[in-house]
Design a protein around this ligand. Structure first.
Ligand SMILES: Cc1cc2nc3c(=O)[nH]c(=O)nc-3n(C[C@H](O)[C@H](O)[C@H](O)COP(=O)(O)OP(=O)(O)OC[C@H]3O[C@@H](n4cnc5c(N)ncnc54)[C@H](O)[C@@H]3O)c2cc1C
Length: 519
């Protein structure tokens, strides 16, 4: 039986669409209201120059939950991969690059002891990361237990940790709050190995390689190990094909998706979410509301502090959510030639992070609201595998660039041109001649991402992913199990457990909670 009043989902990013699909499959009447004129949120493919398309914000999938892919039959709805499990090419300013996968050093100037150490390191890190990954599909444990069954989720986490064995558990506990700089330094001699591992730890965060907690974020990045995932992948047609497939699955399940429908307010009556009011005044009365907008936007913007207890509102207010990741897109008339990279590796994931010290020093200016003169970059050239994105023979380069703080001193209007020029000069150093191949360039700063994609602070994870903002503390105590203090209002986006990146687990878990499938 369908309800008279729909369940409203705010936002048609991947998490909102996942939530909508599961709710609709369970028989709820679902209306998704999305502010943008298209689905996808920060997982979209966009034309950034005539005939050149790119994954506009997120550009690789490395944690997409295979259960969601299977249960929602995303492949039947058009999801395909141009290339799975890309290798990592750590660019070397002084010569041959180092090629890695998540198990071994594949090629490059790395001495034998470091090759063995890297293989051993990755076995251990993937084992630790799998413990985190096994939590992704679970609603985080309650902090207060009223019934004995409330203890079960915490017991499951404890059991996962115990399964590591005594020695490995001790090592896990020793390193999980450490800085990646120190852990990499213990493991290897090679600066370039340390630099590559460091970049994976800090990408998308407001951390440097010497920041505590960066091992935790490194493990989060590898947490697809729990599901046997082995590395980042390139969806054919860009990441927009993931969200297009999710939209198709949601619609097939019966969800209605309304585009260009910004929500202005979540209506609260007698402490309960009663519906939403759209810009323009239309009211949709709802049985329940799930929001994939970030926690700050949802709770302080759409609900309003007056409906929240002061302490809870303060916690949301103090959430750390200042983005530091920018995005650079280049339309190129020829394939870029990176120095020291063999032709067979030119289409892999390329990193500029030649040492852990470099990755840490790159962060320093961001602390003081400046952009980095020597930024770290994660570069893909998707057109090496996917001809759908550019005219024949021409290419697209897509790079995540750190550090470019959202709250840049003096504003991004003044900082944009010098930062973009600096990025092109840096790329020229690694790929001589690339400047002459550029047909068009686009830089998306975190401020652009905040405005265009409606993410407060433009942050990758909607709220910093850190141990004090993770699991039963994410985004804050009182809203960590997707339900909020407002009855019938749930969070379902990256700001909730298990955090950002294209995973889909927040949407799926939140739907289960809203359906009453979780005690
Ligand atoms: C520079 C950068 C690079 C990244 N690269 C990667 C990557 O390579 N791989 C990866 O896995 N992750 C990456 N990420 C992270 C990833 O993009 C996000 O974590 C993820 O897209 C969040 O998905 P979501 O569905 O939770 O939220 P979003 O995608 O942010 O979707 C929320 C939706 O809600 C809508 N909305 C907001 N407010 C309202 C309102 N008032 N009314 C109606 N609708 C509203 C928005 O328009 C949006 O569509 C990157 C992030 C950044 C910033």
């Amino acid at each position: 039986m369908t309800e008279a009043r729909p369940t409203v989902v705010i936002g048609a990013g991947h998490n909102g669409l996942v939530a909508a699909a599961y709710l609709a499959r369970a028989g709820r009447r679902v209306v998704v209201v999305e502010a943008a004129g298209h689905v996808g949120g920060a997982a979209v493919t966009r034309e950034f120059a005539p005939h050149f398309r790119v994954s506009a914000v997120a550009h690789l999938t490395h944690l997409l939950d295979p259960v969601i892919v299977r249960e929602l039959a995303l492949e039947r709805h058009g999801l395909a991969f141009a290339r799975e499990s890309l290798r990592t090419v750590a660019l070397n300013p002084d010569g041959e690059a180092v090629v890695l996968d998540q198990r071994a050093v594949v090629a490059g100037p790395v001495a034998e002891p470091d090759r063995a150490a890297y293989a051993e390191f990755m076995v251990r890190m993937r084992r630790f990361a799998a413990v985190l990954g096994r939590q992704h599909r679970r609603v985080p444990p309650r902090l207060a237990w009223e019934r004995w069954t409330d203890a079960l989720p915490a017991a499951a986490v404890g059991l996962d940790l115990r399964r590591l064995g005594r020695e490995e558990l001790r090592e896990f506990l020793r390193i999980v709050t450490m800085a990646i700089y120190d852990v990499a330094d213990e493991a290897f001699e090679s600066p370039i190995l340390k630099g590559a591992v460091s970049l994976d730890a800090v990408l998308g965060t407001r951390l440097g390689a010497r920041s505590g907690n960066s091992v935790f974020t490194y493990l989060h990045r590898l947490s697809g190990a729990a599901w046997g995932l082995g590395g980042p992948s390139l969806p054919r047609g860009g990441v927009g094909s993931v969200t297009d497939a999710l939209a198709a699955a949601s619609r097939l399940a019966g969800a209605e998706i309304r585009l260009a429908s910004p929500v202005e307010a979540v209506l609260v009556r007698s402490g309960r979410a009663a519906g939403v009011r759209l810009a323009g005044g239309e009211v949709i009365e709802a049985a329940a509301v799930l929001s994939s907008a970030d926690p700050h936007t949802t709770l302080l913007g759409l609900v309003g502090a007056r409906h929240l207890e002061a302490e809870f509102a303060q916690r949301i207010h103090h959430l750390r959510a200042t983005g530091t990741a920018a995005k650079l897109h280049l339309a190129l008339r020829a394939p870029p030639a990176f120095r020291g990279v063999a032709a067979e590796h030119a289409g892999e994931r390329l990193l500029i992070s030649p040492s852990a010290t470099y990755a840490d020093e790159a962060f320093n200016p961001a602390k003081y609201r400046q952009w980095s003169e020597h930024p770290v970059l994660e570069i893909t050239v998707p057109t090496m595998h996917d001809a759908t994105l550019a005219p024949p023979g021409q290419h697209v380069l897509s790079a995540v660039v750190q550090y470019a703080p959202y709250d840049i001193a003096g504003g991004w209007d003044a900082a944009r041109a010098p930062f973009e020029a600096r990025l092109l000069a840096l790329l020229e150093q690694y790929a001589p001649g690339i400047g002459g191949q550029v047909i068009a360039a686009q830089l998306l700063t975190p401020a652009d991402i905040a405005r265009d994609y409606r993410i407060a602070g433009g942050h990758w994870h909607h709220a910093e992913l850190a141990i004090d903002q993770a699991l039963m503390l994410r985004p804050v105590p009182g809203a960590a199990r997707y339900a909020t203090p407002i009855d019938g209002l749930y969070l379902c986006g990256a700001g909730s457990h298990p955090g950002g990146g294209l995973i889909g687990a927040a949407g799926r878990n939140a739907a289960r909670v809203a359906l009453g499938e979780e005690p």
